[in-house]
Design a protein around this ligand. Structure first.
Ligand code: ADP
Length: 196
């Protein structure tokens, strides 16, 4: 059963379209969506102590400490023992998180099949995030200083995670600009290579 699991990481800077594409991918491939951003926002909405701690980092556009998000991912995976695969969105965001994820998957007898990275120009990212901020209710999307801080965090701490999967030959980079459906088709083309 474990051999049949398919685990995917959707990777890219804030605003690259991971959330939008994730919704479509999980429907087509029957994967369980694990978004650390969504999990953190749900902790904040419930005013848990984890949520309150995370909020202090998120409001500044900084990454939440590794231990916090790794623990959250571990328990989300434990709650879904029958998943036929996971789609990780917004995780791993540091090399330490990638190492921890590899270990968690080994414990479950499985591994990451592919990391798909969406490439979007910085000015387009900022435009999309400010636009999302008009309607999303996300305070981290309304302030350009916070948006730029998030992109900085991405460049300083997250971009290196690609190398981790590149070294294992499990990495693909796709154009993340264009229509939502065109991008989805590119992603499906890449996923299908691993399924055939
Ligand atoms: P985006 O991809 O648009 O930045 P997310 O919803 O994925 O939005 O994340 C929002 C915030 O949550 C991030 O700016 C960061 O503070 C925090 N966060 C989410 N995932 C992680 C993670 N894996 N590690 C550390 N912090 C995270």
């Amino acid at each position: 059963m474990f051999l049949l699991m398919f685990n995917l990481i959707l990777f890219g800077p804030p605003g690259s379209g991971k959330g939008t594409q994730s919704e479509k991918i999980i429907v087509r491939y029957g994967l369980k969506h694990l978004s650390t951003g969504d999990l953190l926002r749900s902790e904040i909405a419930s005013s848990t102590s984890l949520g309150m701690e995370a909020k202090t980092f998120m409001d500044k556009g900084q990454l939440v400490p590794d231990q916090v998000v790794i623990g959250m991912i571990r328990s989300a995976m434990d709650k879904n023992p029958d998943a036929k695969g996971f789609l990780f969105d917004g995780f791993p965001r540091t090399v330490a998180q990638a190492d921890a994820l590899d270990k968690l998957l080994v414990e479950k007898g499985t591994s990451i099949n592919s990391m798909i990275s969406l490439v979007v120009r910085e000015e387009e990212l900022i435009k999309r995030l400010l636009n999302r901020g008009l309607t999303s209710g996300r305070s981290d999307d309304t302030n350009e200083t916070v948006i730029r801080a998030r992109i900085e965090e991405y460049l300083n701490k997250t971009a290196a995670v690609a190398g981790h999967y590149q070294a294992q030959n499990r990495f693909a980079e796709l154009e993340g600009e264009g229509s939502i459906d065109d991008i989805f088709q590119r992603i499906c083309g890449e996923i299908d290579k691993h399924l055939s």
